[in-house]
Design a binder for this molecule. Structure first.
Ligand SMILES: [Mg+2]
Length: 237
């Protein structure tokens, strides 16, 4: 099979990783804690029963890219208070993987985290995974002016902040919809899948499962980020 120039990864010089359910495996259930805290925040803030709060949370996530963005648009929520609350979680489920650390370090060029979560969350997670020092920069929802991926402005701000040419960059994500703008901008795209049952998430905004249909804006699919990174350099794909 021939490989088009845009998907040759070994020549790329900027490596951009989503955080949640991408840098750590969805199976460790860290994000489930954040998900539950978002439900709690919405329920308490709006005085709703949990089931209604959860439905609204998912509707905002689907419509606005994040629950926070919907809460800011419709309920004038203070983003700092929301982020402090939902990211106050137990990091102990996170795996520490020397193999992942070595695989990221071995990539040629710069490495970044681009997350719809807060910078504090990105720092806390990467510290717990002992990979915080392998990145050249982290970009969170505050730096996006709270306009999350897949809004084009989030990618534009990130690229200009670090002087990245997307045609020389790779983007890793567990949410296919966040890869679409990246692909259009010139990134090589890698969808990171998991074995989790995501049927409780809104259709069209689900993290990728093993049976996700292929999308034209996804260059590569992997269920094992570490093995993929090792292979990307070893085979010069
Ligand atoms: Mg994610």
């Amino acid at each position: 099979m021939s490989i088009s120039p845009r998907v040759r990864l070994a020549d790329r010089r900027d490596w951009v990783f989503d955080l949640d359910n991408t840098l750590y495996p969805a199976g460790c259930n860290l994000f489930a804690q954040i998900d539950a805290k978002m439900t709690r925040f919405v329920a308490d803030h709006l005085g709703l029963p949990d089931t209604q709060a959860r439905a609204l949370q998912k509707q905002y996530y689907f419509d606005h890219g994040t629950t926070l963005s919907g809460m800011m648009t419709h309920h004038n929520v203070d983003p700092a208070a929301f982020l402090r609350f939902v990211h106050d979680i137990d990091h102990s489920p996170l795996p520490v993987s020397p193999q992942l650390r070595a695989a990221i370090k071995a990539l040629p060029g710069r490495k970044f985290v681009l997350t719809n979560g807060s910078i504090g969350h990105a720092e806390g997670v990467t510290k717990a995974m002992q990979i915080d020092d392998v990145f050249d920069g982290m970009f969170g929802i505050e730096e996006m002016d709270y306009q999350p991926k897949p809004a084009r402005s989030a990618y534009d701000k990130f690229l200009s902040t670090f002087g990245i040419d997307p045609h020389g960059a790779v983007f890793f994500e567990d949410l296919a919809r966040n890869l679409e703008p990246a692909y259009e901008m010139g990134f090589a795209t890698v969808l990171v899948t998991s074995e989790i049952d995501w049927s409780h998430e809104p259709k069209g905004a689900r993290p990728a499962g093993p049976d996700s249909p292929p999308a034209p804006y996804v260059d590569h699919v992997t269920g094992d980020l570490t093995a993929f990174l090792q292979g990307a350099l070893a085979t010069k794909t």
